[in-house]
Design a protein around this ligand. Structure first.
Ligand SMILES: NC(=O)c1ccc[n+]([C@@H]2O[C@H](COP(=O)([O-])OP(=O)(O)OC[C@H]3O[C@@H](n4cnc5c(N)ncnc54)[C@H](O)[C@@H]3O)[C@@H](O)[C@H]2O)c1
Length: 260
């Protein structure tokens, strides 16, 4: 993959999958913009990339705040002269059973996972359309968009990302902007560590549903996200590619996480 001469923005780029995408894009020659609520972690990541000779900028931003996103995109385009690639990796989980899910959980997951994908995409796409530069947008969905756990708010939010991806692809195709998503299986990031810390049984339950018998390294997910963002995926748009260690293909599995 070659991103030389391209400017790439990654939301949630300070850690986990987002940070792996940032590293992959920078290694392939892109100028990168790390967007994250955690500005300090973003700054540290950008400084490490600059030390290695890459061009990297960190911007603090809540991706679900429309005014903040508009200002962030204006800053990023002013700094690098435009955006060619956007990867929307910012997201949160909510490991709460449907019966216990609160209205505020639904609001939070709607706000960050859905609106926080929509707003940067719309702002960046408007810029791409205005400058007639084309481009590529990659959203991060989950296997939970199509197979269920009891965690209703999260599954709902990731199913919505799939719908948003398809609509964006239709709207933006005439402008040479492709939009795809990665449907991630379970990967070793701080989000997973936090989930397992509060529910240790979850680790075995997840592995029992993963034919490859292990969790993904974030780099394995970033490889596919960056492929979708690259010219090598030039005829792909509107797709969600599931990178799940075989989970969706599996028929038999061990029942997981049922109350006694
Ligand atoms: N870890 C998994 O197993 C897994 C599986 C499927 C899908 N995903 C999805 O992958 C994406 C990345 O997850 P991860 O595991 O790297 O998570 P993570 O918690 O390790 O990293 C998420 C990053 O997003 C940032 N962020 C959160 N809210 C934000 C906001 N409002 N504005 C800006 N930045 C914000 C955080 O500060 C953090 O740096 C998420 O969309 C997640 O839902 C993760």
């Amino acid at each position: 993959m070659d991103f030389k001469g391209k400017n790439a923005m990654v939301t949630g780029g300070a850690q986990g999958l987002g940070l792996e995408c940032v590293r992959r894009l920078a290694d392939a020659g892109a100028r990168v913009v790390i967007v994250d609520l955690n500005r300090e972690a973003g700054e540290r990541a950008a400084a490490a990339l600059r030390d290695q000779g890459s061009k990297a900028l960190a911007l603090g931003c809540d991706v679900a705040d429309s005014a903040a996103v508009a200002a962030m995109v204006a800053d990023a385009t002013a700094a690098w002269g435009g955006i060619d690639v956007l990867i929307n990796s910012a997201g949160v989980s909510c490991p709460r059973d449907f019966l216990d899910t609160r209205e505020e959980d639904m609001d939070l997951l709607y706000r960050i996972n859905i609106k926080g994908t929509f707003l940067p995409s719309q702002q960046v796409a408007r810029h791409m359309v205005q400058t007639q530069r084309g481009g590529s947008i990659v959203n991060i969905s989950s296997v939970q968009a199509v197979v269920a756990t009891e965690h209703a708010a999260y599954g709902m939010s990731k199913a919505a990302v799939g719908g948003l991806t398809r609509s964006m692809a239709m709207s933006l195709a005439p402008h040479r902007i492709r939009v795809n998503a990665v449907g991630a299986g379970t990967m070793k990031t701080p989000m997973l560590q936090a989930g397992i810390a509060t529910n240790p049984a979850m680790e075995q339950a997840l592995l029992a549903r993963t034919p490859l018998g292990r969790f993904a390294e974030p780099s394995e997910m970033a490889n596919v996200a960056c492929f979708l963002a690259s010219e090598e995926a030039s005829f792909m748009t509107g797709q969600t590619v599931y990178v799940d260690g075989g989970r969706l293909a599996q028929n038999f599995s061990v029942p997981a996480l049922r109350p006694a």
